[in-house]
Design a protein around this ligand. Structure first.
Ligand SMILES: Nc1nc2c(ncn2[C@@H]2O[C@H](COP(=O)(O)OP(=O)(O)OP(=O)(O)O)[C@@H](O)[C@H]2O)c(=O)[nH]1
Ligand SMILES: [Mg+2]
Length: 222
């Protein structure tokens, strides 16, 4: 008798993809541009989302999903800005999945949303393996993490549409080879768009806002 082999990883990813496709159709039907924001813990996901809200909230109606292992610290900040937000606590889970996002969508005003920003759990290992229903994947890498991260976590960089190199204001204090970093990332992902930014000083942020606004318009005009 042959032994039946159950490949758990494949089953989980297959089920996730089916659910993600359903999320995507639901978001498409409302014309919502959905962006999955991924990074290591502390690279600046919430800072980027808050800065983006401040800059484009008069041009696009924004909703947010916050993913964290525990707490509602990040969602509280978004809520204080008057933006619809749902916090997902993964209770130890190291990434968001499409099922969690489906539940969160039920708590958001999708009919009044142009842009949905999803802050994934801070982690460079597996968030990229789980699609959620997003249109675009944005990864933040920050200077204090070091310029070798693309070599150590290549899939995250290879699977992103945009890489934001954040905390560029700290460059005078760190040995971070910005040009070398960009070359490495582009070598892994020739179509990637890279923006060097600082959420603290706003340096370089205009280019990111322009890219995002144009993606929101593109989704509406589809
Ligand atoms: N110097 C500097 N600090 C920044 C910048 N962006 C974010 N920070 C700081 O970095 C720390 C982490 O920022 P968050 O935005 O909370 O990072 P996060 O990725 O959301 O973190 P988690 O949700 O915990 O994974 C905070 O103290 C921010 O003030 C930046 O451009 N420059
Ligand atoms: Mg955060």
């Amino acid at each position: 008798m042959t032994v039946k082999v159950i490949k758990v990883g494949e089953d989980i990813l297959g089920a996730n993809e089916e659910k993600a496709r359903a999320n995507k159709s639901r978001l498409d039907s409302h014309g919502v541009l959905t962006v999955d924001v991924m990074s290591s813990p502390g690279a600046g996901k919430t800072s980027l989302i808050m800065s983006t809200i401040k800059h484009i909230k008069d041009k696009a109606r924004i909703s947010v999903i916050e993913g964290d292992v525990a707490s509602s610290v990040d969602a509280d900040k978004i809520n204080e800005m008057g933006i619809p937000v749902v916090q997902i606590n993964t209770a130890g889970g190291c990434h968001l999945d499409a099922n969690m996002v489906e539940n969160a969508l039920n708590g958001l005003p999708l009919e009044n949303t142009d842009l949905l920003l999803i802050e994934n759990v801070g982690n460079l290992i597996c968030p990229n393996a789980f699609i959620l229903g997003e249109d675009k994947r944005v990864m933040i890498s920050s200077l204090p993490e070091g310029d070798d991260k693309p070599y150590k976590y290549p899939a995250m960089f290879a699977d992103s549409d945009v890489v934001l190199l954040n905390k560029i204001d700290l460059q005078p204090h760190l040995d971070f080879n910005v040009e070398g970093f960009k070359k490495t990332v582009t070598g892994m992902n020739p179509d990637v768009i890279i923006f060097s930014v600082s959420c603290k000083t706003s340096e370089g942020m205009e280019a990111w806002f322009d890219w995002l606004e144009s993606a929101v318009k593109g989704k509406k005009n589809r």
